[in-house]
Each structure stands twice: as structure tokens, then as C-alpha cells.
Design a protein around this ligand. Structure first.
Ligand code: FEO
Length: 166
């Protein structure tokens, strides 16, 4: 099997950090939601955080399996305050859109370099990003109906307690 070309390897290592940052970000959001008594939303976000770590590990394992260098860089600062619960989910949705762009960039480069094993691995991420964006977009859609009504917020909280049933 061919070695991963250096620029592509750099992108993979950067993506490990992006996914770990997402994990931190979602855990911080979970803490914010817990503080406000929205335990369903908090649990949902905590599970998202765990999924992001798994995403980082998929890249990590791929590099290790190919005897490529893993280089974990520093994480970006993680916010701990948002203007509203809706603001939390808005930021999470925007974050997922950014991740989609990152994955597509790596995919394009993998195809350009003819790196089939990496492109194969990334197929999973392409599908995952469709699902992740859809999940957050649907949750945000629910906020449009409630118009700051606390009862509506509790309804969203109950839905998210059922994990992914938004
Ligand atoms: Fe790993 Fe939610 O993107």
C-alpha cells in the first residue's frame, strides 16, 4: 500500500484535532444545558461529544493502521457561554457544516492523490455528515415553533431525551 502523501497526512492529523475540538465543544454545551435543567438536551449533547471522540479515533486508527505519523496538535479554546439554548444548537449546526467542508476537502485531496484506502474510510464520514447536519437542522426547526415558550422548550428537552428523535 502506498504511503499517505505529506499534505494529505497533515489534513488527517488536523482533522483529529477538529474532531476532538468538536467533542470538547459539545461537552461544554452539555454542561451549559445541564446548568439550565435541560437534562434531555444535555444528555443528547453529551452523546454527541462522545461520538466526536469516536470520529477522531477513526482517523487515528486509520493512520496507525498505515504506519503513518499521528501528530496531535493543540485544541482551540472552547466557549462555555451562549446567549440562549437555541444559540447552542445554532452553533452546533454551524459547526457541523464546517466539519462537512473539512471532510469534503480531505476527500477531494484523497481522490486527487489516488489514495483509495483513505477515500474509502471517508465514505463513512460523508454519510455521517449528512446525518449530523440533518439532526441539528431538525432540532433548530423545532425552535421555530416554540417562540421562547418554556413549555415548548421542555417538549424539545423530552424529545432529545429519547436521543435522535427530534
Ligand atoms: Fe465529527 Fe459531528 O462531525
Amino acid at each position: 500500500m502506498t504511503e499517505i502523501p505529506a499534505p494529505l497526512l497533515d489534513l488527517c492529523n488536523e482533522q483529529i484535532v477538529h474532531e476532538l475540538h468538536a467533542s470538547h465543544l459539545y461537552l461544554s454545551m452539555a454542561a451549559y444545558l445541564n446548568e439550565r435543567g435541560l437534562y434531555g438536551c444535555a444528555e443528547f449533547m453529551r452523546e454527541q461529544s462522545e461520538e466526536e471522540r469516536e470520529h477522531a479515533m477513526k482517523f487515528y486508527d486509520h493512520l496507525v493502521d498505515r504506519d503513518a505519523r499521528v501528530d496531535i496538535g493543540a485544541l482551540a479554546d472552547t466557549p462555555s457561554e451562549w446567549d440562549s439554548v437555541q444559540g447552542v444548537f445554532r452553533e452546533a449546526y454551524q459547526h457541523e457544516q464546517t466539519v462537512t467542508d473539512q471532510i469534503e476537502r480531505i476527500y477531494d485531496q484523497a481522490e486527487e492523490e489516488g489514495d483509495r484506502p483513505l477515500a474509502n474510510m471517508l465514505d463513512w464520514f460523508v454519510d455521517e455528515q449528512v446525518e449530523e447536519e440533518r439532526t441539528f437542522r431538525r432540532i433548530l426547526g423545532l425552535f421555530k415553533f416554540i417562540d421562547d415558550d418554556p413549555a415548548g422548550l421542555l417538549e424539545i428537552d423530552e424529545r432529545l431525551a429519547e436521543r435522535g428523535e427530534a
